[in-house]
Write a protein that binds this ligand. Structure first.
Ligand SMILES: [Fe+2]
Length: 268
């Protein structure tokens, strides 16, 4: 089919739409599945796309917009790939749910709170994606610590406490093994650092702690307070907010804490 004919046809097949946009038919289907392009189905289940809907994607039969669309395709595919990674990591974390201290539920909620905070801090998309991944994996180092310590019901010995405090460094080592997770190393290593320098493992302070780690620290503490534990009920929302305010400038970055307090997560 020649592009010129497209001017006359109002309804195009996926293949014709692909030729018109200089992309593959699969890309057209991806646009449809992602809800970015409307498709009318034929009785036989084939896609039919209105030419005017292609225009809304930036297509005009006379322009040479192939390059622009390819760029768009790439970011669409990248986003789909990223969502697949997230889903895979969530499923893997769920398989460790029996372990004390590393429940998938906690990791997923921390990722949600961190992501909301990152959006309210107006972080760019790529930074937000890495933040979300790091928040999901922030406690992954706990997998390296023995069941006896992680699941111990009674008080921990000082040696056992020290072992648990190793988890940010162990987590850093784990993500360092995976190429696309390498940029998260510092965010995971430093999620227990404190703004006043009294955290661990490196005793960093202020903005020498990565912004992502400062965000995860608040999201992590908030989820810990909100959650029911074997020895206490979850803390009500208003008390959590008061506590974050109280620790602003000592445990938490005051700017990040302020944004969190002004735009807290919705109560579920
Ligand atoms: Fe942690």
């Amino acid at each position: 089919m020649k592009k010129n004919n497209l001017k006359e046809k109002e309804l195009l097949s996926a293949r014709e739409a692909a030729i018109a946009l200089n992309v593959t038919p699969q890309t057209i289907k991806n646009y449809i599945y992602a809800g970015r392009l409307k498709s009318l189905k034929t009785p036989g289940g084939q896609h039919r796309i209105r030419r005017s809907d292609l225009n809304s994607l930036g297509f005009s039969p006379d322009n040479k917009n192939g390059e622009v669309m390819e760029q768009d395709d790439l970011s669409l595919l990248f986003n789909q790939l990223f969502q697949n990674y997230l889903e895979a990591i969530k499923v893997l974390l769920t398989s460790f749910d029996h372990r004390e201290g590393i429940t998938a539920g906690h990791a997923i909620r921390v990722a949600e709170y961190a992501s909301l905070l990152g959006k309210n801090l107006k972080l760019p998309e790529k930074q937000l994606q890495n933040l979300q991944l790091a928040a999901l994996l922030h406690d992954v180092g706990k997998l390296e610590i023995s069941d006896n310590v992680m699941s111990k019901a009674g008080k921990l010995t000082s040696e056992e406490s020290l072992m648990i405090k190793e988890h940010p460094k162990l987590g850093e080592k784990i993500v360092d093994e995976v190429n696309f997770l390498k940029p998260l190393r510092g965010f995971i290593r430093h999620h227990h650092e404190r703004y006043d320098g009294k955290g661990y493992p490196d005793g960093l302070s202020g903005e020498s702690i990565e912004l992502e780690a400062r965000i995860i620290a608040i999201a992590d503490a908030f989820d810990f307070m909100k959650s029911d534990l074997p020895y206490r009920r979850g803390v009500p929302m208003d008390a959590c907010i008061r506590e974050i305010k109280k620790c602003s400038g000592t445990q938490f970055d005051p700017q990040v804490a302020k944004v969190f307090i002004n735009h807290p997560p919705r109560e579920s």
